[in-house]
Design a binder for this molecule. Structure first.
Ligand code: NAD
Length: 495
């Protein structure tokens, strides 16, 4: 093997080295001998250059007609589609999730990009009658300016696209700082944008650590909005930093998502849903199922069936098409998972299956852990309350739907929840009373579609939604315009 490829920052349409002169290696979590690439360890000067470039580019981009912006964005979508397989393979190498899932991640970026390309010919505002004669009222969306994006590693291309495409179509310019673990997918995304005609400076990428780059990305006065997806802990810091200057701030953070299984549920379907929701993406989804509660009559059958299925999952390098679960993203995440297995055991939960670090043979090359199921989980336990972000799910029990809803809401988070039931009354009651941003009936807690609002309540978010039309509200501000053609002074509420 030759020396690994060196990837640079994208600033003002140029691929440039960091002014720090430093780089870091990005290694495959399934095989630490595989160097995915060498990336820039950027510093505050690089961030400043990127923000300056974005500020400059904003002057023209905001005035470039939105349908024309949409045409560029449409070409980007087509190009992502053409490169889907290659982009997905590279994403599996840097993030670890199985190839079927990284194809899904890339597809999500494609869907979002096509969707927002179409918005170029809409971006509808309202016209409404004035309360005065000979006066016309309308609303238009105006862009904000420069946006800073700080993104996580679990959806390396989908999440950056959720933020970028609505921002771009509204006329904003961008600086993205991808997660340290997954810079390549954002570099690839940016390369496609540049090659398909996005003007220099409209989208800039600076790679490196969040701790080093967070402050300059947030505090530069030219930045009008910070959009962050990641942990609640970091999100809180960002929220506090933005509050001082009233900077807009859109936060998508942690989850502790629940699947409710009623006695009348289709058992096989509920098990399918739990398996996919809990162990898909190695449990490293913000919407991952990490709590399951079963009604008393179905609990035993459900737990047995789920354990059997979990034990049969093939774990390994996600580039192998037959593998069903990949590694944890890094050593730290693996250690977190193993520490929660110990916590669960010590607080009295029953380890039904899994819990071990997988070692020997190819497993020694990466960060593999067994899919893990705890039974007899109660609301006092830390494994009930805390986000683990790995393939660990706790199963508890309830008597009545009211109790299930109370248990579902017993969390500081509010991202996703689901119910498996054949009874329409149960489904509608839970739909109404479980306080989350996303709710599924007879489907797992994961599986968002790009034209539906995405985000959560309580400590998962700060009231905004990504994706869908709702994303346009994050990346534009309404301007209300009154045109008086009466030729006289008219005073609302007075004349
Ligand atoms: P993280 O908070 O550690 O990192 C997210 C991003 O923030 C990374 O780019 C990181 O470099 C950066 N960062 C770290 N410290 C920073 C600081 N002090 N200032 C500024 N930026 C900083 O999260 P992660 O480990 O990458 O992702 C896992 C978390 O993300 C989980 O909590 C998960 O639930 C959450 N997540 C939420 C959603 C959602 O939409 N709600 C989606 C995906 C992931």
């Amino acid at each position: 093997m030759g020396s690994p490829k060196v990837y640079k920052n994208l600033i003002n349409g140029q691929w440039v080295e960091s002014k720090s002169g430093k780089t870091y290696e990005n290694l495959n979590p399934a095989d630490q001998s595989d160097v995915v690439g060498v990336f820039q360890k950027s510093n505050a000067d690089d961030v400043k250059d990127a923000i300056d470039a974005a500020s400059d580019a904003y002057k023209k981009w905001r005035l470039f007609p939105a349908p024309k912006r949409g045409e560029i964005i449409y070409r980007i979508a087509a190009r992502l589609e053409a490169e889907k397989e290659e982009l997905s393979q590279e994403m599996t190498r840097e993030m670890g999730k199985i190839i079927a899932e990284t194809r899904g991640d890339t597809q999500e970026a494609i869907d979002m990009t096509y969707y927002m390309a179409g918005e170029g010919r809409r971006l509808f505002g309202q016209t409404t009658p004035s309360e005065m004669p000979n006066k016309f009222n309308m609303t238009v969306r105006q862009p904000l300016g420069v946006c800073s994006f700080i993104t996580p590693w679990n959806f390396p291309m989908a999440i950056p696209s959720w933020k970028s495409m609505p921002a771009l179509i509204c006329g904003n310019t961008i600086v993205i700082k991808p997660a340290t673990e997954t810079p390549l997918s954002v570099v690839n995304f940016a390369r496609v944008c540049l090659e398909e005609g996005l003007p220099p400076g409209v989208l800039n990428v600076v790679t490196g650590s969040g701790a080093a780059l967070g402050e300059p990305l947030m505090n530069n006065p030219a930045v009008k909005i910070v959009s962050f997806t990641g942990s609640t802990e970091v999100g809180r810091k960002i929220s506090e930093a933005c509050a001082t200057n009233f900077k807009h701030c859109c936060l998508e953070m942690g989850g502790k998502n629940i699947q409710i299984v009623m006695d009348d549920a289709n058992l096989e379907l509920a098990v399918d849903g739990a398996l996919w929701g809990s162990f898909g993406t190695t449990g490293q989804r913000c919407t991952a199922t990490s709590r399951i509660i079963c009604q008393k009559g179905i609990y035993k059958k459900f737990v047995e069936a789920l354990a059997k299925r979990a034990e049969s999952l093939k774990i390994g390098n996600g580039l192998d098409e037959s593998v069903q679960m990949g590694p944890c993203v890094n050593k730290g995440q693996l250690e977190t998972v193993l520490s929660y297995v110990e916590i669960g055991k010590n607080e009295g939960a029953k380890l039904i299956t899994g819990g071990d670090h997988l070692t020997g043979g190819d497993y020694d090359k990466g960060f593999f852990v067994q899919p893990t199921i705890f039974g007899d989980v109660t609301q006092k336990m830390r494994i009930w309350k805390e986000e683990i972000f790995g393939p660990v799910v706790g199963v508890g029990m309830f008597d009545t739907l009211d109790q299930a809803i109370e248990m579902a809401n017993d969390t500081i988070y509010g991202l996703s929840a689901s119910i498996f039931t054949q009874d329409v009354n149960n489904a509608y009651t839970a739909m109404r009373d479980v306080y989350t941003g996303i709710f599924y009936v007879n489907a797992p807690t994961i599986g968002a579609e790009t034209h539906m609002p995405f985000g959560g309540t309580k400590e998962t978010g700060n009231g905004h939604r990504e994706a869908s039309m709702a994303a346009l509200d994050v990346f534009s501000e309404w301007k209300s315009i009154y045109v008086d053609f009466s030729g006289a002074l008219q005073r609302p509420q007075i004349d």
